[in-house]
Design a binder for this molecule. Structure first.
Ligand code: ATP
Length: 577
């Protein structure tokens, strides 16, 4: 993929005035730095002059000028550093904000394929490298480019023969640096892969620490980690080896250049082809010529990282959400009729058709239970109504309107989902219930909690509604988490409700309380219950049996048992267990 240079540069647009300021500071710093050796040369020249009393006065003023230049140079360097880094940080903030906003809106199908750890590293680490290049990139071209050209021009004017000798060393030094830098970059890339493996392992082991301890497999995890940690160490060792050769080599070249300048310069002085002040200035300018190469070395791995980081950023931000709002979205006040019309569905990158010509009509306010063997497609059906995925064929109508024509936010705001695996955010009980309606008042939150049979346990928590529930709600029981998620949906107050295996992981007592609150929640709403345990849905108004991607039976519990078909068979199997 070609590097998206236009997109890369577009992030400078809001900060052009700040960028100009930084570049001016870089320019001023460079010019002032270039003046310094010239002044040293002048002072040395004056010292060697015949008239000492005049020289002393001159040296005094030049000394003052040098102090003034140093103050100015450091001030502009200071601004350059601070404002430059700030510019990079602002641009990094914009990149990160854009990326997070974009990822939030991507469809389920994207998250089915994506790896969370990788996305996290793109949002955090990759963009730091990009921001460094944003501000050092252009700034360094001025700082080091102008220094190099300026120093070379001055040297050339002073003594072109000696400058050519110095310049002759540079290609050899650049070639050596290029070779070893390539090696160094390779080892650094390997470092990154190894540390990413460590991250993945830590994430896996820590997220699953309860499973690890329940299987008493701590040693197994420690061994796995030890192996990765050792691999990372070996990779680091290689980096330090390459680094040592590279930096020792470069420093030796710099010393060699200095020695050459001293020896050849001394010879030239003896032959009266060069003056002592020029030689001193020469030695000071040598640093200006080699500094860009040294800087390039330090910067190249960062540059490489930033370029690949931005490329990945660009790829991600260019990923289109599969599910998008229609061009002229309908703002529908839903009353709750749902119709599946000849619906076929297949997940991306799979060959298996999960649904095949499925027809089903659910009336407003009806309580329908969906049953079928594991993998029959029950959860898939519930994911198609809020358009987490779009049907492959046929259509789903809500109140007679194709869901693909309804405003996506309005549609999802009017569907409540309670899942078995409740996701709670770290924060307080109150914040988690408020997730159902961010505009809700405290009174409405308490009312929703009461409806969900959660109020009593909440007020017994140490800080009541302000209690911190821990990451993913670890400080709550399964039933309590479930009731908070129900309170959330009470607050949302949607006309359509989907209950996905919401009680199957609870014990009898919790199940009884959660079931009671769910029944309350279902009143007056179109409700689709997906249940594994048939005992929990016997009083559903209608039970729909799913098999081979289509509805094979429907009716009441008694009616279906009497039919002695698929449902009776499923029921019999569960009864036997
Ligand atoms: N995100 C996905 N990507 C690819 N295939 C999937 C995805 N989710 C589910 N499937 C496949 O689709 C089929 C139906 O899955 P679904 O979860 O809808 O079944 P289910 O009836 O709800 O099963 P269970 O009762 O075990 O939860 C299964 O074969 C499953 O492997």
């Amino acid at each position: 993929m070609k590097f998206p240079i236009k997109q890369f540069l577009s992030y400078y647009r809001p900060y052009l005035s700040q960028l100009s300021f930084v570049l001016i500071c870089a320019f001023v710093t460079t010019i002032l730095a270039l003046m310094f050796p010239l002044l040293v040369r002048y002072v040395t020249g004056e010292m060697l002059a015949a008239d000492l009393s005049v020289a002393q006065a001159q040296v005094f003023w030049v000394g003052l000028l040098m102090v003034a230049i140093t103050v100015l140079q450091q001030a502009s360097r200071c601004f350059l550093d601070y404002k430059g880094h700030l510019l990079g940080a602002r641009m990094e903030k914009d990149l990160r904000g854009d990326l997070f906003q974009h990822i939030q809106r991507l469809s389920f199908s994207f998250f089915d394929q994506a790896k969370t750890g990788e996305l996290m590293s793109r949002i955090s680490h990759d963009l730091y490298a990009v921001s460094e290049v944003y501000h050092h990139g252009i700034e360094d071209i001025i700082l080091f480019g102008f220094r190099f050209i300026g120093a070379f021009s001055i040297l050339f004017i002073m003594n072109w023969r000696l400058s050519l000798i110095v310049i002759a060393f540079l290609p050899i030094m650049a070639w050596f640096s290029y070779l070893y830098n390539k090696k160094l970059n390779k080892t650094m890339l390997d470092n990154k892969e190894k540390i990413a493996e460590i991250h993945a392992q830590v994430e896996d082991s820590l997220s699953g620490v309860r499973v690890v301890q329940s299987f008493a497999n701590e040693q197994l995890e420690i061994n796995k980690f030890k192996q990765r940690n050792n691999q990372f160490f070996s990779s680091r060792k290689e980096t330090y080896q390459a680094e040592t050769v590279l930096y020792t080599g470069v420093e030796s070249f710099i010393q060699a250049i200095t020695i050459a300048v001293v020896l050849i310069g001394a010879n030239m002085i003896m032959e009266q082809a060069l003056e002592l002040p020029d030689l001193i200035a020469f030695m000071l300018y040598v640093e200006f010529l080699v500094a860009p190469i040294r800087r390039m070395l330090l910067f190249s791995s960062m540059l490489q990282e930033a370029l690949t980081g931005f490329q990945r950023f660009s790829e991600l931000i260019g990923t289109q959400a599969e599910i998008r709002n229609p061009q002229n979205p309908k703002q529908l006040q839903i009353s709750g009729e749902i119709v599946f019309n000849q619906v076929a569905f297949q997940y991306n990158n799979t060959d298996l058709a999960v649904l095949k010509k499925l027809n089903l009509t659910i009336s407003p306010g009806e309580y329908v239970a969906l049953v079928g063997a594991s993998g029959a497609g029950k959860t898939t059906i519930s994911a198609l109504i809020p358009r987490f995925y779009d049907v492959t064929e046929g259509c789903i109508l809500v109140d007679g309107c194709d869901v693909r024509e309804i405003d996506l936010t309005a549609l999802r705001q009017q569907i409540g989902i309670v899942q078995q695996d409740v996701y709670l955010f770290s924060g307080s009980v109150k914040d988690n219930i408020r997730y159902g309606n961010p505009a809700a008042t405290d009174e409405q939150i308490i009312e929703a909690a009461k409806q969900a049979n959660a109020h009593d346990f909440i007020i017994n928590l140490p800080k009541g509604y302000d209690s911190d529930i821990g990451q993913r709600g670890v400080r709550l029981s399964g039933g309590q988490k479930q009731r908070l998620s129900i309170a959330r949906v009470f607050l949302k107050n949607p006309p359509i409700l989907i209950l996905d295996e919401a009680t199957s992981a609870l014990d009898n007592e919790s199940e009884y309380i959660v079931k009671a609150s769910m029944e309350k929640l279902a009143k007056g709403r179109t409700t689709l219950v997906i249940a594994h345990r048939l005992s929990t849905i016997q009083n559903a108004q209608r039970i729909v049996v799913l098999s081979d991607g289509a509805v094979v039976e429907e009716g009441t519990h008694e009616g279906l048992i009497n039919q002695e078909g698929a449902y009776a068979h499923l029921y019999e199997q569960q009864f036997k267990q």
